[in-house]
Design a protein around this ligand. Structure first.
Ligand code: SAM
Length: 311
């Protein structure tokens, strides 16, 4: 058996045991398992790497979420995380080469699978920050990061209220999509709808820009129909005022449960004095990930775009 299988089987057995004896959900049981592992009360028979730990925990979270999760709380799988990570690498190539530490915020961190995928991919170059409103998910995030030895500061709160963090170099976020119920808070945003409730995903984009350094980059997984709603004019206006759009990359439908849930990667740069918009926004579609030849062409297109626009 491969290390990940051995590790998943170790986590799964323990988790089932706790879920059954406490009559709780699988995810509650998973949290107990991760914490006992951290306290060395239990120990797997293998010596896993950070990525093997993340992948085994990812499998357990997937199993738990199949049982009990709402669509908006779904973990971001690494099929998406690795693509986000690829783009983070492209935009921070210089910093990575020069061994600079990058500060990165995920304002809707959930289980932290997305952020950990990117942090592990870039190899100890990122100091992470995360905000989450769900108590169980943020605890799973904390334990996973600790087991993987990744530096992550977490805040349990509504991410649309004031945050206690300094501006970061980068934001990544698989945005929660839907209406935001707190009108008092929504009022403090330019994207607030003139009538009725405002879209949470629009508010998250504006809030993320507030906590990004000038010139920093933001990588959002957004619904494909982001610019087609009745509130999109307000979003467009806010973005035009504060950021330069870098890329809109449509992701393959096959990665989502239905076409209606399909997402794109939306990359922004926060405006900076003395900077300017790029010549050409990257508009691309990621092909089916099983088609290696088409994928190679896609990566070549990104490299060409980067040479012409980001050199
Ligand atoms: N990337 C995450 C992962 O890998 O697990 C999944 C993100 S999930 C699509 C969106 C997350 O946003 C959920 O975990 C949800 O609880 C959180 N969320 C929704 N509204 C929030 C708010 N106002 N403040 C903070 N977190 C919020």
């Amino acid at each position: 058996m491969e290390t990940i299988e051995v590790l998943f089987s170790f986590i799964d057995k323990e988790t089932e045991k706790h879920a059954e004896s406490d009559q709780s959900t699988y995810l509650d049981g998973l949290l107990i398992t991760l914490n006992r592992w951290l306290d060395v009360e239990i120990k797997p028979e293998v010596e896993p790497t950070k990525e093997e730990i993340r992948k085994a925990i990812q499998l357990a979270i997937l199993k738990g979420m199949r049982q009990s999760s709402q669509p908006n709380h779904q973990m971001t799988p690494d099929s998406l995380g690795l693509l986000v990570g690829y783009f983070v690498e492209q935009f921070f190539e210089k910093e990575i080469k020069e061994d600079h530490q990058i500060t990165m915020l995920d304002p809707a961190i959930g289980t932290a699978n997305l952020l950990m995928t990117v942090m592990n991919l870039l190899g100890d170059k990122i100091e992470g920050f995360g905000i989450e409103i769900d108590e169980l998910l943020i605890q799973i995030a904390a334990s996973s990061a600790e087991l993987e030895g990744q530096p992550l500061s977490l805040y349990l709160q509504d991410a649309l209220e004031n945050l206690m963090i300094d501006p970061v170099d980068a934001v990544i976020c698989d945005l929660p999509v839907g209406y935001y119920p707190n009108e008092e808070i929504a009022k403090q945003y330019d994207v607030k709808a003139d009538e009725g409730m405002t879209y949470a995903h629009h508010l998250f984009i504006e809030q993320s820009l507030r906590y990004t350094k000038d010139g920093g980059y933001l990588f959002f997984l957004v619904p494909d129909h982001l610019f087609e709603s009745e509130q999109s004019q307000l979003l467009n206006k806010m973005i035009a005022k504060t950021a330069w759009i870098q890329a809109v990359v449509q992701l393959p439908d096959t990665l989502f449960s239905s076409k209606a849930h399909a997402k794109s990667l939306f990359v922004l740069q926060k405006k900076v004095d003395g900077g300017k918009a790029i010549k050409e926004v990257l508009l691309a579609k990621v092909p089916n990930m099983k088609n290696m030849q088409a994928l190679e062409l896609f990566f070549a297109k990104v490299r060409k775009w980067k040479k012409e626009n980001k050199a």
